[in-house]
Design a protein around this ligand. Structure first.
Ligand code: AMP
Length: 223
């Protein structure tokens, strides 16, 4: 039986998880699930989930486990051939629920890929980030500016600053990360699942390192 890759991307907001996810899902042909994207879609569609999540997201807080665990596990239910999860788990409770749900299906996590970036760098990255209003293409005013200020190179739509990328919200998201999500680093380490990557390197270097690690994990699993 070919081994399946059940991967988690871990790291502070703005570590580059989305960028790496785009590349890794192509490398390994994995379904990608971002709880942040899922929640933003729910907000723009005005669903019940979106209505509950919107004020919390705009404040930089975390959507309660009782809400996010159910919707994420349901979305994952279809990914029975491996997955790449971005933005989940974000609490120990979420990690325990995910592990249990996988065990019930005789599956297990392959690894948690931690992209490490210090706080001051995160603040610089997130507050300079601009996102295209239509399709979510991402730019940075300093590191990756669009050809024409305020306009998406790819589809010409307006570039906006996500509410949760505003400076005061970024600070709150970092507090939430350190309080609730950083304990997961030790949690995964204790279970032998943690793999660390230096997220201050260029996106290409980070990608090369992660890809090599994941390829090795897959080989080891097949032996
Ligand atoms: P992200 O795009 O992953 O940074 O997610 C944006 C926002 O969605 C976060 O700041 C949280 O408010 C919320 N969110 C995303 N994933 C989760 C999760 N697993 N648990 C709780 N809240 C989440």
């Amino acid at each position: 039986m070919p081994s399946e890759l059940n991967l988690i991307l871990l790291g502070p907001p703005g570590a580059g998880k989305g960028t790496q996810a785009e590349r890794l899902t192509q490398d390994f042909d994995l379904p990608y699930l971002s709880t942040g994207n899922m929640l933003r879609a729910a907000v723009s569609e005005g669903t019940d989930l979106g209505k509950q999540a919107e004020p919390i997201m705009n404040e930089g807080g975390l959507v309660p486990d009782e809400i996010i665990i159910g919707v994420t596990l349901e979305a994952l239910g279809e990914a029975d051939d491996g997955f790449l999860l971005d933005g989940f788990p974000r609490t120990v409770g979420q990690a325990e629920a995910l592990t249990k749900a996988l065990e019930e299906r005789e599956r297990k996590l392959t690894a948690a890929l931690l992209i490490d970036v210090p706080d001051d760098e995160i603040v610089r990255r997130l507050t300079g980030r601009r996102t295209c209003a239509k399709n979510g293409h991402v730019y940075h005013v300093e590191f990756d500016p669009p050809k024409h200020e305020g306009v998406c190179d790819q589809d010409g739509s307006k570039l906006v600053q996500r509410d949760d990328d505003k400076p005061e919200t970024v600070e709150k998201r970092l507090v939430a990360y350190h309080d609730k999500t950083a304990p997961l680093v030790g949690w995964f380490e204790d279970r032998g699942l943690l793999r660390r990557f230096d997220g201050t390197r260029s996106p290409t270097e980070v990608h090369d390192h992660i890809r090599a690690t994941v390829a090795t994990l897959r080989l080891e699993d097949e032996l």
